[in-house]
Design a protein around this ligand. Sequence first.
Ligand code: PDD
Length: 275
Amino acid sequence: MYFYKNEFIPKTDIHLSPDDRGYYFGDGIYEVFRVYQGQLYEQDAHMQRLQRTAEEVRLTLPFTSRKIGQILTELVEKNKLVEGTVYVQITRGEAPRAHPFPPQTEPVMLAYCTEVPRPVATIHNGIKAITFADIRWLRCDLKTLNLLPNVMAKQAALDHGVQEVVLHREGTVTECSASNLMIIKDGVLYTHPANHLILHGITRAVVLRLARALEMPVKEEAFTTEQLAGADEAFITGTTVEITPILEVDGHSIGTGIPGPLTRRLQDEFVRTFA
Ligand code: PDD
């Protein structure tokens, strides 16, 4: 069962309009929630980010945050989802193609859930990455549908036979195609500050909280691709990847080339936040 516009409806009964501004302009916003044991994980944080993105792109949400939360919870229940994700997007609505905001459109909300197991193999074994130029716009803090640069970057990784890209702006590491990046050097955790150049990841925030609780020094400071290469440990954080170790970048091993002890410690703590 999906949710579309203002009703729960089977996927096959959804009739999308070719005039939806999501198609023409990527004029819309989205969120991806994790569901653990039938519960939306970090629901309030996701809802706040959705609300903030909506305000920043001047899109009026079709329902209150509270109502959207209720709809998503009902979606999880109707689909008997235990472990998976919920995707929700809201576009600026349907109107003949023209750049200005249309005067009288209703925003269109679409939501559905997918059964997805936790990616335990990559969480355990880690992944490899390549560096890649971050050619995105200057509002990467907004979770909008304009993901072509992310799609191009991710595909470049797969074409190189690795799983992920480390995005950088002239050598300064920002984040990855659909996750944030953290490194550990001499016991200090570094990650790019939550400004306009990265998505303010919910998992990033959870991991920073966990690190501080473990009294691990944390520096929200940008680092370079050279610092990444010289790091003791590196990992990505995200709703779908949780905490996944990065073992190799551009063919060079990070640290000892196996998931490091502090990464493991944070992974253990992370599991406790939903188990
Ligand atoms: N992506 N950075 C980018 C560019 C992202 O797209 C995402 C999430 C993250 C991690 O944020 P969070 O911890 O809140 O999931 C960082 C989602 C999962 C996606 O687009 O599928």
